[in-house]
Design a binder for this molecule. Sequence first.
Ligand code: C2O
Length: 571
Amino acid sequence: IAVVEHTFVVSQVHMTHLCKKTLVTVVNGQFPGPAIEVMEGDSVAVHIVNKSPYNITIHWHGVKQRLTCWSDGVPMITQCPIPPNQNFTYRFNVAGQEGTLWWHAHVPCLRASLHGALIIRPRDGASSYPFPKPHEEIPIIIGEWWEKDLSKVGRNLRDGSLNDDPSASTINGKLGDLFNCSGVAEDGYVLDVEPGKSYMLRVINAALFYEYYLKIAGHKFTVVAADANYVSPYTTDVIAVSPGETVDAILIADAPLGRYYMVAQPVEPPLLDTQAPVYVTRGVVQYNRNHNYDNSTATPVVPEMPGMHDTMVSFNFHGNLASLHHPLRPTPMVPVRADEHLFIALGLGMVPCQVGQSCSKRQGEENFIVATMNNVSFHLSSTTTPLLEAHYYHTGRMDDVALELPDRPPRAFNFTDQALIPEGPKEALLEPTSKATVERRFRHGTVVEVVFQSTALLQGDSNPMHLHGHDMFLLAQGLGNYDVEKDVARYNLVNPPRKNTVHVPNLGWAAVRFVADNPGVWFMHCHYEFHLSMGMAAVFIVEDGPTTGTSLPPPPMDFATCGNYQSYLQT
Ligand code: C2O
C-alpha cells in the first residue's frame, strides 16, 4: 500500500482559443489538470499551493472520505478556503473503491477549469477487472471553455442572473473542428486505435452547465462502470453523462479502417427556447499502425446524434444501469427498509432583495430568483467557522440561521405539469422562500430514502444530485409525479446501481437509499453549477457511531483554520 503524493500549483495562465487569449485558472499549467492514478487502498496526499488570486478548495468527487471528512474540500462546510499564496494538504485513502472519479475546485464556477481525473485501479492489477483487460485506458473529460471570468460568472449566479454561457465545449481540453478561429478549425481530441484492440474510456462530465451525449460513429460502447461502481455490462451506441457523473465504457476498434468522429453534444432541456446555442464538440477516433492505410486525409464518418431535446435517450441510458454481482466484487446489499423518508422537490423560489445581500446590485427590483429544495434555498453566512468545525467542537453558530430541510415540500402541486410554465418561469408562480443553512441530521447508521422530484419550475432541466461521503442506491426513476402507491413497487432491491451523482430526469423523479454511516458534515447538491450557486443544496450531518468505532477523528495536526488564514482571506 503506497502513499501517492502530488503537488498541485494553482495559478493563472494564458491560453488561446477562438482567436482570443484568455486568462484561465488551472493546476500545474494544464487544462484539464493532472490525473491522479492510484490503486485501491492507497493513501493519497495532495499539497495545494495556491498561486491564484482566489480563495479555493479542491474536492475529491466520489471519494468516500471515510472518517476523513476534513479532507472533503468544501469551503466553509468542511474547511476554510485556501487564500492566495497559502498552502493546504489533503490526505485521504481510497480503500474499497475502484474506478473513475475526479477532482475539482469547489468554489463557484472555478471548477470549469480546475479539474482532472482520479483513477483507482484494482490492487491486484488490471487483470482482475471483472471484464476482459483492455489494451489501453483513456480518460475522456468533457468540459467547457469559458472566455468569461469564471469568478464573475459565479457572482452573477449568486445574484440570480443566468445570462452567462460557456464559449465552447471540450473533450480533454480541445474544442474540435466545429469551432474555429477566423476560419481555421480548432484542434480536436484524437484517439489513435489499433484494429481489433479494446479501449476503456473513462468518461467524466466536468462541465458546469450541460448533460452530454457521447457517440462515436461506427462503434458501440459496453458500459462496465458508473461513478466508480461496476455495472452489469450494457451495450449502447450512446453514453449519457450529467455533470458529476462518470461512465467507464469499453470501445472495441472493430470498424473498417478509417476515421470516425467522437461527438459530445449537450442535452438541451425541452422547455427552454430552441434558439439556445448548441456547443457540440468533436474529436476523432482514427485507426493507425496499418501499413497501407493513410489516416491523415480521410474525412471522418459523422455519427447520427440524438435530437438535442431528446431527453428520453438519457432516461433510457440511466434506466439500463444495474449493479454487477461478481464473485470477486461483492456488492453491498440494499437495505430492505428505510428509517427516514424525504421527498425533495427541486425548484425555484424568490427572496426579497435586502441589505448587504448579494443581490444589492439589483436594488430596485423587489425579488430575485433562487434555486430550492422543498422551497428552502441554501446559503452560508459564516466566514469564520466551517460547519464541520462547529459540529466537531459542538460550538454553536450564532451568526448563522440554520433551518432543517423539511421532509416534504410545503405544498404539493402538480410538479411536472408543463402547462404551468408555458414560456419560462413566471414570477407569479414562484413562492416566497427563505435562504438559510439548510441541514438535516442523521443518527449513525440511519437508512435514508430520498425521492428527488424535479418540477416544471426548472423549465425542464434535469438535476444531477450529488451526495458527498456516500454512494446512493438508485432504486428507480420515473417520469411525471412520483406516486408512492404505485412507484414503490417498481423499486429495484436486487441490483440497483450505486451512484454518488444521481440523474433526476427532467419532469420526473428518482428514488434513492443510502446508509448514513460516515460521520461528518456532507454537502448534498445539484451538480449543475447554476442550480448549486443559486442554492439547490443542503448539508447532511451524520453523527458518530461510537459503539461501532466509527467516530470522526480530530482534524489533522496541520489543518488550517480560518484563524490561521485570517489575515489573508479576501472575499
Ligand atoms: Cu463534484 Cu460537491 O461536488
